[in-house]
Design a protein around this ligand. Structure first.
Ligand code: ZN
Length: 293
């Protein structure tokens, strides 16, 4: 599995704020408080924003972000279709700062695919963070996927010029098939629920709000992941690099790192594991040493 060297900058602390900027793709995943202050003029590079759900720690940064960056057709903000908070915020923002009306708001449903570039899409995936009827789109995870056209084996030996001629005469789909390659996964807020969801993911940004089971999760509350559950999943599937996020601020950096190292050992995890510590903006995360180096 090939891992792209994405330049990823992020901040993520449960309850307070979460945002991740994938600079190479002009992609902002969630827009918690402080995203503009954290990115400064780089926030101008954001083309598309994907908000996982309507909890305030994932969206209140949009007010200032849009005030600074809204211009004709930009940014495009994608949000779970059945969360009323987003139309309300769009309306308020457009009154508060008139030019913010230039931003585009697009409702998203599970299974929707949005083009970031000619060959790169974002897929919306339903998750169980917010309990909602199955036909309601209220909480999403995202997958960044590269689309590839692969020459069918029966044409593989042909010269390039011959392939080009066939493609021109008979159409691209006659000689090639489309395949999909995941580049990056982002859990948003979500319990660990479906191991297959993140299998074959080169870079996985996953939440791990709690380090262990000592904090019983309330039955009715929105559902989160525990570090040990995340690590057990990662040990059972194919992940290239793991970035853990959304830790509760009750934990110190030392406690978080110790718990990660313990889980790596327990599950024999030797892929690079990074973490975004509470209260800290981590810049170009993958350029640093992993916790388990
Ligand atoms: Zn959250």
């Amino acid at each position: 599995m090939k891992t792209s060297n994405f330049k990823i900058t992020g901040y993520s602390t449960a309850l307070f704020a979460t945002w991740f900027f994938i600079e190479d793709l002009g992609l902002l995943l969630d827009a918690g408080d402080g995203v503009s202050a954290g990115l400064l003029q780089k926030s101008r590079k954001v083309k598309q924003v994907f908000i996982s759900h309507a909890d305030r720690d994932h969206l209140t940064g949009l007010l200032q972000f849009n005030q600074l960056n809204a211009r004709p057709g930009l940014p495009v903000i994608h949000y779970p279709a059945d969360s009323g908070s987003f139309p309300a915020l769009a309306e308020f923002g457009g009154k508060f700062d008139q030019h913010v009306q230039l931003a585009i708001w697009e409702p998203l449903r599970p299974g929707d695919e949005v083009f970031l570039k000619k060959d790169i899409i974002v897929q919306a995936i339903r998750n169980g963070h917010v309990q909602a009827p199955t036909d309601k789109s209220k909480s999403l995870s995202f997958k960044v996927v590269r689309l590839k056209q692969k020459i069918k084996p029966e044409f593989a030996d042909l010269e390039g010029s011959e392939i080009a001629r066939l493609a021109k005469d008979l159409g691209r789909n006659f000689i090639s098939v489309q395949s999909k390659e995941t580049l990056l996964g982002y859990s948003g807020d979500s319990p660990v629920e479906d191991y297959d969801r993140w299998d074959n993911t080169p870079i996985l940004i996953h939440e791990a709000t709690f380090l262990d089971g000592s904090t019983p999760m309330k039955e009715k509350a929105n559902k989160h992941s525990r570090l040990d559950e995340v690590m057990q999943m990662v040990a059972s599937i194919n992940v290239g690099t793991l970035i853990l996020s959304h830790f509760s601020s009750r934990y110190s950096p030392a406690e978080i790192d110790a718990a990660i190292l313990r889980e790596c050992k327990a599950h024999k995890i030797d892929i690079p594991v990074y973490r975004v510590l509470p209260g800290q903006t981590h810049r170009d995360i993958l350029a640093k040493d992993p916790v388990n180096a």
